[in-house]
Design a protein around this ligand. Structure first.
Ligand SMILES: Nc1ncnc2c1ncn2[C@@H]1O[C@H](COP(=O)(O)OP(=O)(O)O)[C@@H](O)[C@H]1O
Ligand SMILES: CC(=O)N[C@@H](CCC(=O)OP(=O)(O)O)C(=O)O
Length: 296
């Protein structure tokens, strides 16, 4: 894309009110495994986060790595198994999940560091950040899968205060200090609530939420939280989007100002959402009044 100098200036000027509005505000970015497949795209996501940091935002990355965990589970001759979108996590799977998530974590840290920004990679066990209990799915035992009870944000605040960029992987601990595998959307949501994030953005592998998944013209660009709840309750939403949208609703109801579901396959989707008047993907917000605050 070649822009004339005046167009370049216009793009920067359009970003100005957003830079002012988000100065020193916390933005949590949930970076899903499905949006991590392409190395070039991955670099662009990291560039976006770096830019957010350099213009004065306080970004936090909470990442997944579900596809990579499944690849390694397959490598050791086991079959990945999910119930209601959650990985059935027996002892060997837990060991693999923790190893893989830590590996993904450090690879993201390296990409951020390469841009001259100091990142610190941690899991929910560091600083006793994410405490959980064993979760059952529809009454079924799904192994070492946890539900978060408590988030201690002290370490995150310390890192932000010292100007580090926290990169967090979704592993938690229970009363007995056993490690648990946490769905990364759940972790991002709990963390965004605990740090009272201004924004929570999910980077995934679809354009956003479709009213009808079969009809690609039915993309919903924005929804008030009540409307989103009605959509979830209607039963017409399926797949991974169902728990994701419920997480978005819970985040808004618990103090996060605005949540976005963005297509991580679009280069620089984060910048396009945050710094342009129109935005992209699906935005969920509390009320029309709050929405005017963001997009005029
Ligand atoms: N109405 C819908 N709109 C968008 N995505 C949907 C819808 N219904 C089901 N989905 C599915 O939800 C998936 C996104 O959730 P998920 O797989 O959990 O993403 P991630 O791995 O990025 O967290 C999409 O890839 C899509 O297959
Ligand atoms: C319990 C559970 O399902 N944990 C997830 C954690 C990683 C994750 O959520 O990654 P994505 O965001 O890439 O899907 C898993 O094992 O796949």
């Amino acid at each position: 894309m070649n822009l004339e100098p005046m167009q370049k200036a216009a793009v920067l000027i359009e970003a100005l009110p957003y830079i002012q509005r988000f100065n020193r505000k916390i933005v949590v970015i949930k970076y899903g495994g499905s949006a991590m497949i392409d190395e070039e795209l991955k670099k662009k996501v990291i560039q976006d986060v770096a830019l957010l940091k350099l213009v004065g935002f306080k970004p936090i990355i909470v990442h997944g790595g579900g596809k990579e965990i499944s690849r390694w589970v397959g490598k050791v001759g086991m079959e990945p198994h999910f119930i209601n979108g959650l990985r059935v996590t027996d002892e060997p799977t837990m060991e693999i999940a923790e190893m893989v998530l830590n590996k993904v974590n450090k690879s993201l840290v390296q990409l951020v560091n390469e841009l001259g920004i100091k990142a610190v990679g941690i899991s929910g066990k560091d600083g006793m950040m994410l405490k959980c209990h064993k979760k059952y799915s529809g009454g079924q035992d799904i192994g070492y899968v946890g539900e978060i009870d408590q988030v201690d944000p002290e370490l995150i605040h310390e890192l932000l205060e010292k100007d580090f960029l926290p990169i967090i992987c979704p592993i938690a601990y229970d009363d007995h200090f056993q490690s648990y595998n946490i769905n990364a959307d759940d972790a991002a949501c709990a963390i965004a609530r605990a740090v009272k994030a201004e924004k929570l953005a999910f980077l995934t592998d679809v354009e956003g939420v479709y009213r009808d998944f079969e009809d690609k013209d039915s993309l919903i660009s924005e929804m008030e939280v009540e409307e989103a709840q009605e959509f979830v309750d209607s039963g017409s939403l399926g797949g991974g989007m169902l728990p994701k949208l419920q997480n978005c609703i819970d985040a808004i109801k618990n103090g996060v100002s605005r949540v976005h579901i963005l297509d991580g396959r679009i280069p620089h989707c984060l910048l396009l959402e945050i710094f342009t008047d129109k935005g992209i993907g699906t935005a969920i917000y509390n009320s029309k009044e709050d929405e005017r605050y963001y997009h005029g």
